[in-house]
Each structure stands twice: as C-alpha cells, then as structure tokens.
Design a protein around this ligand. Sequence first.
Ligand code: PLP
Length: 455
Amino acid sequence: MTTSVDTALIQSLDSAHFLHPFTDFKDLSSRGARVITRAEGIYVWDSEGHQILDAMSGLWCVNVGYGRKALADAAHAQMMTLPYYNSFFQTTNVPAVQLAARLASLAPAVGDRSFQHVFYSSSGSESNDSNVRMVRRYWDLLGQPRRKVIIGRINGYHGSTMAGASLGGMSGMHAQGDLPIPNITHIEQPYYFENAIPGESREEFGVRAAGWLEAKILEVGPDKVAAFIAEPLQGAGGVIIPPSTYWPEIQRIVDKYGILLISDEVICAFGRLGHWFGYEKFGYKPDLVTFAKAVTSGYVPLGGVMVGNRVAQVLIEQGGEFNHGYTYSGHPVACAVAMANLDIMEAEQLPQKVCGDIGAYFAQRYAELNDHPLVAHAETCGFVGGLVLVKNKKTLERFHADDGVGMVCRGHCFGNGLIMRAVGDRMIIAPPLVMTKTDIDELMRLIHLALDRTL
Ligand code: PLP
C-alpha cells in the first residue's frame, strides 16, 4: 500500500530539525532517513510503499505485532477517563495499581525470592537509574554504606542515561561523556565464540566466564560490592547467549558474597524467551528485575522495576521517604495499554507459543543458516536469533571491522524487504511473537536472500 506522504519534504524537515538517537547526524542528513509510515501485523511500510518484514519488532518491543486495535482502544478510553495524574503525593490511579498487581502475579517466586512490588518509570534507562538508587539505599539502610560498587559486563546494554550507559559496557558510549560514573565496573562477557580458549567446551567456558565475577568481587573488595547487573542474554550487544553453566555459577557467586542480583529484562521479559520473565528461562533468583519495551509492546512508553522481597522489605520497613521518582511513574494511559497488551499475550498464549511448537520451528529453521557459507554460529533462544558472518567458514577467519560486513548485509536485508540488525559482524533478530510458521518461512527466505547477496 502506498501512502500520500511527501518523502522529500519529510526528509528535508527531518534533516533540518530532528537529531536522531545513536546516529551520525551529518551522514543521515546527506543520505536521508527512510520514512516509515504505517504498520500491520509483522510488517511496516515506508513512504515509497515498500513492505518490510520487521524482524526486530521495532526495537525489541512490538511483541504482539502492529495494528492491535485493543491497545488503541485502551489508550483512548483511559485518556477520556483520566489521561494523567501523578502518583507522588499520596494519590494513585486504577490502571497503575491493577498493572502492579498483575505483574506481581506473573513474576514467579524462585527460592526465597518473590516479587510483590513495582516501581514505575517510562523507559529501560530510567528503570536502571532507579535500580542504582534502590541498591545504594538498600545497603545504606542495612548499615553497609561502603557497598556502592555495581558490576556490569563489557558489551552489556542497560540504557543511555548517565547511570544506564555506565552500567552498560559499550566502549563507544563510555568514550563520550566521561563514563562510567564512579563506583561502576565491568567484567568480560560470556561470549563463547570470541572468548573461549581452544578446546574449551561451552559448559567449561560458562563456568570460567562466571568466575570473572568472583575475581572482580575480590579485586574490588567483597564489602564494597553492592550488586551485579546483567541481561539474561545480551541483546543489543549482538545476541550473546550464555552457556547453560553460566547463570548457575553466577548465582552461586552472588549468594556467596551476599550481593544483589539485577536482571535487566528490558528485552527478555514478556514472552521473548518463552516465559513471562527471562530469569525463569535461565533459572536464577534476581532481587530486582528491570522491564520496559514489550510491557506495552512499545505502543506507549512504560518501564519499571520489579522489586523483590529482599529489597522491598528493607525500603518499606526502614526506608522512610524514598527521594526518587518520575512525573510519569505509573502513567495511567501507559498502564492501561500494558493491561490490554498482557490480555492479548495471555489470550493468545504468546509465551507458551515461543517455548512450544512455533518456537521449536523457529529454532530449527534458524539453525539451517549454519549451512550458509558466510555464517558461523547461528543460534536462537526463544524468539531471539544471532549469527556471526565469517570470511572463511573453515578457519572461522573474521571480517575486519573496516569491511563493514554487517552493514552491507543489513543494506541487502532492507533492500529486499527485511529488517535485521547488524552489530559489527553479527546479524540479529527478535521477531514479533505472533509469527506463524508461514511467516517464519518467509523470514528465512529473506535472510537467505540477503546473505547470498552479501557473499
Ligand atoms: N536495558 C536493556 C537490556 C535494553 O536492551 C535497553 C534498550 O534496548 C535498555 C535497557 C534501555 O531502554 P530504553 O531505551 O527504553 O531506555
């Protein structure tokens, strides 16, 4: 379907006025942004009428797919009833309460951890800022103010605010703005393809990689470490799926030193890995769980932190006033949309679908990419997929950064009607959870086409 948008006009206004995130402003201005005008199901369309299969669900958000009228209806109804009211001064609103209770019922208790409380924000970055505040407040209240250091991972992503970018381990972000902020440090990521030593099995590597956390705790001093933050699997870093031995060993280490565990599930929650939350998939026990994105399937901004009993009890019983929050904490429209979004996920059993038949089909079809001459190491976890493009499949010789192979492949995807993201020499996808087997076949056809053209 074509649209009546004047592409040249929008592009010139775009380059005159809109500074895009994570973008070389000058470069975009010279080439012109592709104008996305509408979306339906798993497809988006640009202003020239091209249909594009969105295998990234926007930015890992649109889990229920595009064009869901129930979400628009929920926003409309809530706007007409109560479009906004703050939750600062001993007031609350119905959708925020209902959603908090619902999230508490969806987040399973594990061992001695349960999740009965939610602290709201509007994004993943803000939520991770809230985590920093809560973690430090927790240790202060317990009389251990020296415990300030939060350990993250190199190539982890936790957002773009000063604290979020500091918790993350993206060198390009640290290089701009004097980051990380004090008392944040990092360990290496559990990337088998890059960091394993010759002959090491995945399982052996997983234990060794988790051991880097213990080494870092000992280096910093166990009495100074407040928390470890990690994504269940690294998304923005290129879909780095940890070996099965990694998380159990991480759990053993955080338990041994009594440090808090923050599970950043901005990507992994709400069915993406076949469960409501990613910690269920990997079987660990977080104290704080960051969420955003798919809680509303990206239709409106909403984020937050599921605060586990260990932290909540101290903040509630001993904390007094918590001097932190956002104008939009518990925004009624965002929470109403989230409720409608969860209704769809439950009615269509999307998490079950991902860990059932359709998920298995996706994994099987995606694994076939390992036969492609350009591909090494194509793997999935739930509805997330990653692969490495290699120069020589036999020797696993990597491309040079200057080759820009990922960007070349991404260009071929785009040109053929597919959105796949490039992270260096890795290509990644996170398609909407509503994909059918026929959609998956079409997705694979388009990926093969792009890979063949990249050869
Ligand atoms: N944490 C993770 C794991 C993410 O993937 C992201 C964004 O991709 C964020 C935090 C930041 O979320 P936002 O962009 O909503 O601030």
